[in-house]
Design a protein around this ligand. Structure first.
Ligand code: ATP
Length: 199
């Protein structure tokens, strides 16, 4: 799913509304330390449903709202919108373009919308499930994750590759199927015992 544009107002260091358009191919965002590069990836993870303030380098969700700097007063709301090209309909909505917006207020209240229509967080998570964009997917790899990968043991590294390749899901399903098979085998033994008693 191709990300066409990113816009935000009030998220972390972005006190003014900004919009970035992404063409095809690779886009690199460069800038001095502390200029807000990581804040952009935080914003993307946030709008895709991240619920952990810690992973967004804060302690509570309201920390993502612009907290003021120099002469600028803090803002009361943070808003991020992503627009995806959906001409291949990978996102199961009958639109060639899909926008996802998330908003949070100082009160802690959150709002979500898909194509400007209010929705629940669950609707966004459902829409993104199995697209490789959802929470916990490997589509965004943070700086600390790279250190983690380089320092990890071979088995841990394998788990990461399996997750990225989508194998982890099947491993979980296999485990669940094995458990059910075991349960069924136990039930069969019980039935046979009862049958033997009755006969
Ligand atoms: P580096 O290259 O060092 O990783 P970076 O370009 O990735 O830097 P970020 O970590 O994205 O920089 O941005 C950090 C800046 O964002 C800091 O100056 C910090 O003060 C500012 N910032 C973070 N949260 C807020 C907020 N809620 N309100 C205002 N500014 C914020």
């Amino acid at each position: 799913v191709h990300l066409k544009s990113f816009s935000t107002y009030g998220f972390k260091s972005f006190a003014d509304k900004i919009e970035l358009s992404f063409g095809s191919g690779i886009t690199a965002i460069v800038g001095p330390n502390g200029s807000g590069k990581s804040n952009i990836s935080d914003a993307i993870r946030w709008v895709l449903g991240e619920q952990s303030a810690k992973y967004l380098r804060g302690s509570k969700m309201e920390d993502v709202i612009f907290s003021g700097s120099g002469k600028r007063r803090p803002l009361g709301v943070a808003e991020v919108t992503l627009v995806f090209d959906n001409s291949d309909h990978r996102l199961s909505l009958d639109f060639d373009e899909v926008s996802i917006t998330r908003r949070v207020f100082r009160s802690g209240d959150s709002e979500y919308s898909i194509n400007k229509k209010n929705c629940r967080l669950k609707d966004i998570l459902d829409l993104l499930a199995d697209t490789g964009l959802g929470r916990g997917s490997m589509s965004i790899i943070g700086q600390n994750k790279i250190d983690e990968i380089l320092n990890s043991r071979p088995e841990e590294r394998r788990a990461l590759f399996e997750e990225a390749a989508g194998i982890a899901k099947f491993r979980m399903r296999k485990k669940e199927a094995m458990r059910r098979l075991d349960d069924t085998a136990a039930n069969l033994t019980r039935i046979n015992d009862i049958k033997a008693e009755v006969e």
